[in-house]
Design a protein around this ligand. Structure first.
Ligand SMILES: NC(=O)c1ccc[n+]([C@@H]2O[C@H](COP(=O)([O-])OP(=O)(O)OC[C@H]3O[C@@H](n4cnc5c(N)ncnc54)[C@H](O)[C@@H]3O)[C@@H](O)[C@H]2O)c1
Length: 259
């Protein structure tokens, strides 16, 4: 029997590839046999992330800003130019934005978060879906967040943007009904990462660091998650093991949103 969780020969395009979750996911997809197209706007970090991939992995690194439609069309065109197809699209680039209550959030800061987290995800869908629909096969995974399922003080723009990602995911899944293209999203909880530290510090500026026990006290698993644990769910959704899964929002949160 073939191993349906393997991704041998599949072409996987990952945005936000230089970040903590993007890098962990690229590594796992490559370890399962996928060729990787790594997209990020940070040149140095992208170079570093790609250098950490397994030696056997065929890789293409592309510098692009996901908020610019010509960049998005460009990364899709480059991926097709090298590999002729896109089987897996991890639409993952995102920012936390400024950490502040709504009354102290500038319109510019609010729009910036929506631009990357919503417009970036929309543009990715807009340009990758035609490729997959033509192939009549493909799996897209967007990165939402548990902040897309519940409210979150001081990161309202981020929370609103991630609610929108879930809406985009479900709508895209329905638009692909009856085709071989599936669209899902993951909703990571508190992942041990730069972004989480930035949010925690932003909520508590100038004060002593909050002890880890306090940060994890509302997480049933009593610990932070690891980027590799998000990657595992993305790899599952990318694979043929998830052949009947579409339009779903998978929490990876140690039970944080279970109650
Ligand atoms: N870290 C967490 O705890 C957590 C929890 C829930 C959801 N998420 C989501 O997971 C995703 C990845 O987060 P992360 O923790 O790896 O963050 P990160 O900051 O480590 O990585 C994000 C990456 O996206 C890139 N990026 C940002 N804006 C871009 C743009 N306009 N064009 C191209 N690339 C851009 C950055 O350069 C960076 O490499 C994000 O969508 C984030 O909202 C993270």
């Amino acid at each position: 029997m073939t191993d349906r969780i393997r991704l041998d020969g599949k072409i996987a395009l990952v945005t936000g590839a230089a970040g903590v979750i993007g890098t962990a996911t690229m590594k796992l997809l490559a370890a399962r046999g996928a060729c990787i197209v790594a997209v990020d706007r940070d040149a140095e970090a992208l170079k570093h992330a790609v250098a950490g991939l397994p030696d056997h992995a065929e890789t293409l690194a592309i510098l692009a800003d996901v908020t610019r439609e010509d960049d998005v069309a460009g990364y899709v065109g480059h991926a097709l130019g090298k590999f002729s197809r896109i089987d897996v699209f991890y639409n993952n680039a995102g920012i936390e934005g400024e950490i502040a209550p709504i009354v102290r959030t500038s319109l510019e800061a609010f729009r910036r978060v929506l631009d990357v987290n919503v417009v970036g995800v929309f543009l990715g869908l807009k340009h990758v879906l035609p490729v997959m629909l033509k192939q009549n096969t493909g799996s897209i995974v967007n990165t939402a967040s548990i902040a897309g399922l519940i409210g979150s003080p001081d990161i309202a723009a981020y929370s609103a943007s991630k609610h929108a990602v879930i809406g985009l995911t479900k709508s895209a899944a329905l638009e692909c009904a009856g085709t071989g293209v599936r669209v899902n999203c993951v909703c990571p909880g508190l992942i041990d990462s730069r972004m989480l530290s930035s949010i925690i510090e932003g909520r508590n500026p100038g004060n002593a660091p909050i002890p880890n026990e306090r940060i994890v006290e509302r997480i049933p698993a009593r610990r932070l998650g690891h980027a590799a644990e998000v990657a595992s769910v993305v790899a599952f959704l990318a694979s043929d093991e998830a052949s009947y899964v579409t339009g779903s929002a998978y929490t990876v949160d140690g039970g944080r949103t279970a109650s």
